[in-house]
Design a protein around this ligand. Sequence first.
Ligand SMILES: Cc1cc2nc3c(=O)[nH]c(=O)nc-3n(C[C@H](O)[C@H](O)[C@H](O)COP(=O)(O)OP(=O)(O)OC[C@H]3O[C@@H](n4cnc5c(N)ncnc54)[C@H](O)[C@@H]3O)c2cc1C
Length: 204
Amino acid sequence: MKKLINAGKFEILSLSSNALEVMEKAGRTCYKSQSNITNQSAKIFIEKIRKLGHESVLEHSSMTVRFYNISRGFTHEIVRHRLCAFSQESTRYVGYHKGDLEIIVPPHKINTPEIKDIDTVLTQIEECYKKLKKIGWKAEDIRQILPIGIRTEIVMTTNFREWRHIFKLRTSKAAHWEIKKVLTDLLNWCKLNIPVVFDDIQPE
Ligand SMILES: Cc1cc2nc3c(=O)[nH]c(=O)nc-3n(C[C@H](O)[C@H](O)[C@H](O)COP(=O)(O)OP(=O)(O)OC[C@H]3O[C@@H](n4cnc5c(N)ncnc54)[C@H](O)[C@@H]3O)c2cc1C
């Protein structure tokens, strides 16, 4: 059994280089102002649109992200966002019998004495999983004993408007520590790389 601490990461799989230009061309259709397009106009136009709250224009560009070294608890939460496409590591087709059972643990609890009790339970689960696999159980049956903290990965695609919505919810004070950490890291990346779309959102 292996404990993962603050291991959650993201990888940008797709973000089109002309994302801003696409949104500008779409948005300017509303005003028949395409003739105002220049090499520098996209950023100014998108910022204006965003400030006006005309956010449907932000739906014309999207981003695909892989989240990895995250728990099933994280993915249970992220898949509640309905305007996204998801592909997640399967617990039916991927077995956990070959290596260590990897568990995301709360970093702020790692130095408490109770962590030993958690280790004991998780080691028992790992031993039981491997034993059942050895005697021929299918992964889809053994998965019933897996904990919500088990490591997984998920790929997610959605448009910028929905990313904004997700960032607001998942980097707020009320968000769970795991999703909050990884989504805050992603938001900071977005603020750096696509500031006109994301720089008004402040993680709490
Ligand atoms: C801190 C926190 C705690 C939570 N706790 C719980 C909990 O205890 N139990 C629980 O079940 N869930 C919980 N959730 C999940 C929450 O209820 C939502 O399911 C989740 O955040 C997705 O949000 P959403 O519906 O706004 O967004 P999305 O599904 O991402 O949709 C985006 C927006 O599109 C619009 N939209 C989407 N679908 C529809 C529709 N069918 N009809 C009308 N408008 C639509 C809405 O404006 C929505 O805000 C929690 C979420 C957070 C952030």
